[in-house]
Ligand binder design. Structure first.
Ligand SMILES: [Zn+2]
Length: 278
């Protein structure tokens, strides 16, 4: 158990309370991962590199047309992956929902459970949700989940695809105002090609530093140009090529380059703490 009051750290070890003052600490949250696709070794490395909290999102990596199988997958994340991460020191928060590439399902069973998880405070967001190939079913399931989020005052983590990102983002930006208030929304995987479309909106924006998506220098360039206030940082580690340490590497690079510590703290922890209300 670790509590922090100003710079005093209190830890319990072998029934003894250890109090220590820390001169400067940068805590880190990885705001978007897929814990079910990763090993305990990854969690261990993340923890040793300074990540205390991670948000894991739902995505079933195979073609699926059965709601019960999808529900089992979501329950696994909630009940099993949280324990696995905890064993390695990571406080794993959970976002569940129907990913746009998993929209070949009916959806009703998942919606019923979303209401239950939200009421029990099992999840911190509905996610990741969004659009990928712009099929009719994707639109239907995306809008339904936005409506549930608005009705229950729950955050949503919105995926934007690797391919066709700009056009799909335009569609998402058309839909959002009809369904949900901006305070509940993070639009994720924003890169330098599309940042101008969203920088003047009231949405929170996610930066994903992942091989084949965006490197840390592009993320740093965006922060340098547009400021640190609107952004969350994440690795999106999944079954695709990933770097479990991309958040600490980006934070340490910002430190090495001499960016203001207070600003770095926003992207490392504070913005996510505020958005998710941890
Ligand atoms: Zn993801």
């Amino acid at each position: 158990m670790l509590t922090q009051d100003n710079l005093l750290i209190e830890k319990q070890y072998n029934n003894k309370i250890i109090k220590s003052k820390i001169i400067e600490v940068i805590e880190m949250i990885d705001t978007h991962i897929h814990a079910d696709a990763r090993t305990g070794e990854d969690f261990n490395e993340m923890y040793l590199s300074g990540i205390d909290v991670a948000v894991t999102c739902a995505y079933y990596p195979y073609k699926i047309d059965n709601d019960t199988i999808l529900l089992n997958h979501l329950m696994r994340i909630l009940n099993y992956d949280t324990k696995r991460a905890d064993e390695h020191g990571i406080d794993l928060k959970v976002a569940l929902g129907i990913h746009p590439t998993n929209t070949n399902v009916d959806g009703k069973l998942i919606y019923e459970n979303l209401y239950k998880w939200i009421e029990n405070k099992d999840i911190v967001a509905i996610g990741e949700i969004g659009l990928e190939n712009l099929t009719e079913k994707e639109y239907e399931i995306f809008k339904k989940q936005l409506d549930i989020a608005q009705e229950t005052k729950t955050n949503v983590i919105i995926h934007t695809p690797r391919k066709n990102k700009s056009a799909v983002l335009d569609e998402i930006l058309k839909i959002l105002p009809q369904h949900i208030s901006p305070e509940y929304v993070v639009i994720d995987h924003i890169n330098s090609n599309v940042v101008e479309k969203v920088i003047d909106t009231d949405y929170t924006l996610g930066l994903t530093v992942q091989p084949q998506k965006m490197d840390k220098l592009e993320a740093i360039d965006i922060l340098d140009n547009y400021g640190f206030d609107k952004f969350l940082l994440n690795s999106d580690i999944s079954n695709k090529p990933s770097d479990p340490l991309s958040v600490p590497k980006t934070i340490r690079e910002l430190t090495r380059l001499g960016f203001n510590k207070k600003e770095i703290n926003k992207i490392a922890f504070k913005n996510a703490e505020k958005f998710f209300n941890f």
